[in-house]
Ligand binder design. Structure first.
Ligand SMILES: [Zn+2]
Length: 361
């Protein structure tokens, strides 16, 4: 159900894609002015709209009903419906993660690119997770990008731009997708909830947005699970039945243990997080965000934190138990941990060190 909600509301036009305003504007201008390039590279975190944008773009440049001054596909003509239904030979989507070898590039891309377009103006190749290609596959792809067949458009997407060879990058127009800002995410979620004839308490939206960390697809997937609840109005208590077990509550416990200098318990919390398979870079962000809130209270400056009143009260209590200097030292430990994580294979180790330093102060 959660996935089907995402499919049901998958954006079909640029206007419905959340965030990425700078990217949409440039692409839409290229469509209207008919100034397309042969290869595009969409980089950025997962679940922020790269593939969705690629598909809308593929339809827009081929749609037979598109008005000259518009950049939006009609989604109704034979071409659009063929692409939406995935039964056109001229839109080829390849998941490079499962087709890493050079043979696949030869068979699926080079061979297909040489065959004349069947129906569409532009044959479009969407190659997802392109960084997964092998070196020889990249070389084969590069040859194609150096001498692209007429009326072929490549859209390469990647979550790990640093693994894409510079020779490939230099052949593409590059767009860096960003995480979706909370307010834009909320606007789109509210639109979906309204269409479903339901209501969500404001705090539930905040929870969904926080859990999904700027990833629109994750937010819509969580929302889908909430909308499966039979109640028309979904409040925090009801939502807690569905939303993932909050790492934030673990983080709050961890903060309390560090403030109480209970190193043993604090490390037990870290073990629980490892077991949960948390992303320690994100957890460090959360710890730092909470500490920053504490610090601001200690400095006499209020701040907003999209957290429940209960959490804010707990943080305010902690702010009275340590000094501002101690809070700053803790923040510094976790900033250092984040830096170290990038060069450690065992990424929870720098986090553990920061926890110990913060508890032993
Ligand atoms: Zn159309």
């Amino acid at each position: 159900m959660s996935l089907s909600l995402y499919r049901k509301y998958r954006p079909l036009v640029f206007g419905d894609i959340a965030g990425q305003a700078h990217i949409k504007r440039t692409l839409e201008n290229e469509i209207i002015r008919n100034e397309l390039v042969h290869a595009y590279l969409f980089s950025g975190p997962r679940a922020v709209g790269k593939t969705t944008t690629a598909r809308v773009f593929a339809r827009a440049i081929n749609c037979v009903n598109r008005e000259e001054a518009s950049s939006e596909p009609c989604n109704a003509c034979e071409i659009c419906t063929g692409m939406l239904g995935n039964h056109t030979l001229d839109l080829i989507e390849i998941d490079a993660a499962s087709h890493t070898g050079v043979d696949n590039v030869r068979e699926n891309i080079i061979a297909a690119a040489r065959v004349a377009n069947m129906l569409l103006r532009y044959k479009v190749f969407i190659i997802d997770e392109v960084h997964m290609l092998s070196t020889s596959a990249f070389n084969a792809l590069l040859k194609l990008l150096e001498e692209p067949p007429a009326s072929v458009v490549f859209i390469l997407a990647t979550t790990e731009i640093q693994k894409v060879p510079a020779t490939i990058i230099s052949r593409c127009q590059r767009f860096d997708f960003r995480k979706i800002p909370a307010d834009e995410m909320k606007e789109r979620l509210k639109g979906i909830v309204k269409k479903e004839g339901k209501a969500l308490e404001e705090e539930v939206y905040d929870d969904v947005i926080r859990y999904s960390q700027g990833c629109q697809r994750d937010a819509e997937s969580l929302l889908g699970q909430l909308l499966c609840l039979h109640e028309k109005k979904i409040d925090v208590a009801l939502a807690s039945l569905v939303l993932p077990h909050s790492n934030r509550s673990l983080i709050l416990e961890l903060l309390e243990q560090m403030v109480a200098k209970d190193t043993k318990q604090a490390l037990a919390s870290v073990d629980a997080m490892i077991e949960d398979g948390v992303d320690f870079e994100i957890v460090s962000d959360d710890v730092i965000e909470y500490l920053r809130y504490i610090l601001r209270i200690q400095a006499g400056a209020g701040d907003t934190l999209s957290e429940t009143a209960k959490t804010r009260a707990q943080l305010e209590e902690l702010s009275r138990e340590i000094s501002a200097e101690q809070t700053i030292a803790m923040i510094e430990h976790f900033i250092q941990a984040q830096r170290d994580m990038r060069s450690f294979t065992l990424i929870h180790l720098p986090f553990e060190i920061a926890v110990i330093q913060s508890s032993l102060r």
